[in-house]
Design a protein around this ligand. Sequence first.
Ligand code: DHB
Length: 536
Amino acid sequence: MGIGAGAGVAAVGGLALSAQASADGTSASSSSGSDSLGSLAFDPDAYTELTTTVTDTEGTEHSVTYHFWKAITYVAKPVDEKYQSLNVSVPVKIDGTAVDASDAPILFANSVGGYMPSSVADATGVGGPAGGPMGGGGAPGGPSAPTASPSPSASNATGDTNATGGALNTNQLLALAAGYVVVEPGARGRTLKNSAGEYYGVAPAAIVDLKAAVRYVRANKGRIPGDTDRIVSAGTSAGGALSSLLGASGDSPLYAPYLKEIGAADASEAIFATGAWCPITDLEHADGAYEWNWGANATSAGAAVDQSVSKELRAQFAEYQAALKLKGLGGFGTLNARNYDAYLVKQYLEPSATAHLAALSDAARATYLAAHPFITWKNGRASFSWADFLTHVGARKKNVPAFDAFDLSSGENNEFGKGTTLARHFTAYGQKNDTTGLTAKRVDGDIPELLRLMNPMYHLVDKPNAGRSRHWWIRLGTKDSDTSLTVSANIAAAAHGLGDDVNHLYYWDQGHGANTDPGDFIQWIAKVTGRKARRK
Ligand code: DHB
């Protein structure tokens, strides 16, 4: 079985089909030397052959036959195999033509959402949980639907469910139909609790698992089809955070003891290129950034948040941003809390609105502009003020503080739980203002290390990491108030400042989890990996 007909993708761009066709369609499998890998040797023969239909971004259907390896445990000493396992999908025939993916780029697509556990063990094919991709579509751009993770548990007090399925699913299907290998890793997540009441999926479990999965793939070079030097990571939201962290922290020695503990393969976990959609990251600075961005916006209940807390947090952002000393893209000077609004407007928001409006018919554009008089449309360009943009976005999604909640109720508090402790503070400010009766004045002693392990900015700014990915695809909806719009922009600015290749766009009027240019992402993979791609 696999995914059903019409597991479709809306028509947005083109689909790049790369495929060096081979005569017999067999994939290369030089499966010698599995001895040294022991239980971590990939069995090239243990696949089932599936055929599915993928609708490309122009609406054309493609029949894709692929080999599917399911629920392969990727560590020698698993804590929970349900999560520490991955699926591999390798196309062998596209539209009747045999393809050889033995040297194709590998899309490494995690399906983490909400820092929750994600398992691929029940999937019946590429791109989705049991039953295939979510209900008939995975249409990009819309609010995304849940995919491969279990429902949030009671501890998920903010209700930030895993809601990232659409974007990921689309990427995986398009990648397969483009002739790429797709690896889908599961990972432990924050709500997992063992019989002793201990949380075993809290930080840094998810990133350690994803790194172990990359190591598994690379250690099996020549057995798993695909070019292990062209691994492209993808993820959305918490999964986007982890994808950007994978990209930034490749081969950092910080993770070595954790990887050893779970019996990860002995191989590099560096990533060639990184795709991150709406990454919810830089968590210890995200409360300040959130108030700088959305502080004046009311919640959906119409209530203004506590303005004295908001103001204090905003001041923290100013200090943090100044310390980063990041230069904006496009020749913009050093970013700070006073010029970041102008930067976002010029570098991202106006170009985003311009692209959106330019793509509309004259009539549709006129209708949109009439309904949104804050936008000036002149010489084919949109312009507006930051203040009007904020009003246009409207209700902020989160309360204050958005991440390190005073009452320890956020998903992120749980992400920094430990042992039998469900949730902890991870900022000095959250700890100081705790309302749960904690007496400690400081965050726990292990928190600073956990923050380094979880924050891509550490690996890009504090300690620029030589093993990082050099190619960055970053996307974010302009109406996404799950975090500050500065979070993605800071990753982009940091990577750009190190000389990396950065492709960062904001999707106009899109909310959390949007992926409205998946065909462009596939083409970008073709470009950065240097693999020939042909449009279809
Ligand atoms: C996600 C969303 C959030 O608002 C958050 O704080 C963490 C994760 C998510 O969709 O993955």
